[in-house]
Write a protein that binds this ligand. Structure first.
Ligand SMILES: C[S@@+](CC[C@H](N)C(=O)[O-])C[C@H]1O[C@@H](n2cnc3c(N)ncnc32)[C@H](O)[C@@H]1O
Length: 273
């Protein structure tokens, strides 16, 4: 069994070299990214638990569409530092910070939550009175086909939260820095070994059919490299045609493609740190 984080660092550089020799399809998208609005499901519980107070300073480690941030700011006269590694989420936060109701109270930061100390070190924050974290993918990211997060929508194999989508240029220095060290789903799917893929699918997707799925991916890519989310989803679904649980409507339970996409996304974005 490989350690997934070990595999990640070992493979990132090699993949970036190899992908240069392979013609990756450019995705032509005129879509405006990030139109769906994420609905935070535990808003009341988060507020109850954090019990924000006027004068308090809070940190939303995963701003997304700002559901928790807005609720905190609306609840009292507090301040929120809002982090997200997605530049489109960060831009939303900047727009919000410009509204009269939030001016001088909302401080957007572009970066990874694991770097929170570094991100706030020059900002004179005495201490946080509370932090909230809502890890995962936002509805906007998932429903924007050109970001390549969804097995249900046809898009490029990208999945990087810190990318605006294929063909879109970074606008800020922080984005360039995050992108420079990154690999996309394309590299993982087309270059990782069967064992590495199986470990990622098992560890981050919890799929007991991980080896079967990895074998199907490796076999299919021998003909030609995967370019799109639809191609990948079709191969996974063919490898595991029957939903293992017939009841319920939770894709994460019924559908191997949902689990494999989640696994690759977590791996590509190093979401656990
Ligand atoms: C589920 S959404 C958060 C939704 C948010 N609570 C709301 O109400 O709109 C998760 C967000 O976390 C961000 N994210 C995931 N991993 C991150 C990381 N390691 N550092 C910073 N942001 C991250 C994603 O870009 C995404 O916008």
């Amino acid at each position: 069994m490989f350690s997934v984080s070990f595999v990640r660092s070992l493979n990132a550089k090699a993949c970036l070299r190899r992908v240069g020799n392979l013609q990756q399809q450019r995705w032509n998208s005129t879509e405006v990214p990030y139109t769906a609005i994420h609905k935070p499901v535990m808003l009341q519980q988060v507020l109850d638990h954090m019990a924000p107070r006027s004068g308090g300073i809070y940190c939303d480690l995963t701003f997304g569409d700002g559901g928790y941030t807005k609720a905190l700011l609306d609840s009292c006269d507090c301040k929120v530092y809002a982090i997200d590694q997605d530049p489109t989420a960060y831009e939303k936060a900047l727009q919000l910070a410009d509204l009269d109701a939030y001016r001088g109270r909302l401080f957007p930061l572009l970066g990874r939550f694991g770097q929170v100390t570094k991100l706030v070190c020059d900002l004179n924050v005495p201490k946080f009175d509370g932090m909230v974290m809502d890890i995962g993918v936002s509805s906007g990211q998932l429903e924007t086909a050109s970001r390549g997060f969804s097995y249900k929508l046809d898009g490029p194999l990208d999945m990087r939260m810190f990318s605006r989508g294929q063909g879109m240029e970074p606008k800020k220095q922080e984005e360039t820095a995050l992108l420079a060290r990154s690999i996309s789903a394309y590299e993982v799917v087309n270059f990782y070994s069967r064992e590495q893929l199986a470990d990622i699918i098992y560890q981050y997707g919890g799929d007991r059919l991980s080896r079967k799925i990895a074998t199907a991916i490796v076999t299919a890519r021998q003909k030609e490299p995967f370019q799109t989310t639809s191609e990948l989803a079709a191969v996974i679904q063919k490898a595991c045609p029957q939903p293992r649980w017939q009841r319920g409507d939770d894709d994460m339970v019924r559908n191997s493609a949902a689990r494999t996409f989640q696994a690759i996304r977590i791996y590509v974005n190093d979401e656990v740190i």
